[in-house]
Design a protein around this ligand. Structure first.
Ligand SMILES: [Zn+2]
Length: 245
């Protein structure tokens, strides 16, 4: 059988037998695939270092579609060492792995993989983990079918005098169409627009003021709780963690 070299990120791991693991590897072309890493828990195994959660690398596989593939070698491209040294960062990263796995189930597109990969690489380079997570969460609304219109008033199409964003009205609302809904700051609205078109790989500066972060967090809570139908354990953990800091 052919060995294929496939780029991927380990999004889940579980023990298999005494010395092996089954890894769920998120790949751009095949989506999330389960692979057997045989004997990887043995001290001398060459698969040991790469057979862990949150590893980005090239996986050499005996690839079997719809069956358990076997990994024969792993060239690790990143261990995400910086992330793994910080409880807050690792919580954000773990959440992104779980979120991305769920979004991937809803929409089969490699764009989700690249958003996840680029967000993790930027997090590893010490860009703000919370801001990166907000950008990813906002971008994923598109694959969950609930991306708000952030280009014009969703009711009348007016591109000027945008006043706020209203989830149950599908996005931006202008002065004329406004009916006493919750207001968001102009800066928050501008950031959401930037988030929607931003290429994460090209970020070289990322500073979101606290007030805007808070507003965006509230808005994303509303979307994820009321519109996406996703309940994620790591998300509620993350919310508690941030609250107690
Ligand atoms: Zn309007």
């Amino acid at each position: 059988m052919m060995i294929e070299a496939i780029e991927g990120i380990v999004v889940k791991e579980k023990t298999y037998g005494e010395s092996s693991k089954i890894l769920d590897v998120y790949t751009p072309n095949y989506g999330i695939i389960s692979v057997l890493s045989k004997g990887c828990k043995k001290i001398k195994s060459s698969l040991r270092a790469g057979s862990n959660l949150l590893i980005y690398g090239i996986f050499h596989l005996r690839y079997k579609p719809d069956k358990l593939s076997t990994v024969t070698a792993i060239d690790v491209k990143s261990y995400f060492k910086e992330i793994k040294q910080d409880i807050k960062k690792i919580s954000y990263a773990t959440y992104l792995l779980e979120l991305s796995s769920n979004v991937e189930k809803q929409a089969k597109t490699k764009e989700i993989y690249f958003i996840l990969k680029n967000a993790l690489l930027k997090m590893e380079q010490s860009f703000d983990a919370e801001a990166l997570t907000q950008i990813v969460e906002f971008k994923y609304l598109s694959y969950l079918g609930v991306m708000p219109n952030v280009e014009a008033c969703n009711l009348c199409g007016n591109q000027t005098e945008i006043l706020t964003i209203v989830p149950n009205k599908g996005g931006f609302i202008c002065k004329e169409c406004y009916q006493n809904e919750k207001l968001y700051s102009p800066k928050t609205l501008k950031l959401l627009r930037i988030f929607s078109i931003l290429d994460l790989a090209k970020i070289d500066k990322l500073e979101i003021p606290l007030q805007e972060k808070k507003e965006i967090s509230e808005l994303l809570d509303e979307y994820y709780e009321d519109y996406t139908g996703l309940y994620l354990k790591s998300r509620s953990f993350l919310k508690k963690l941030i609250k107690f800091q």
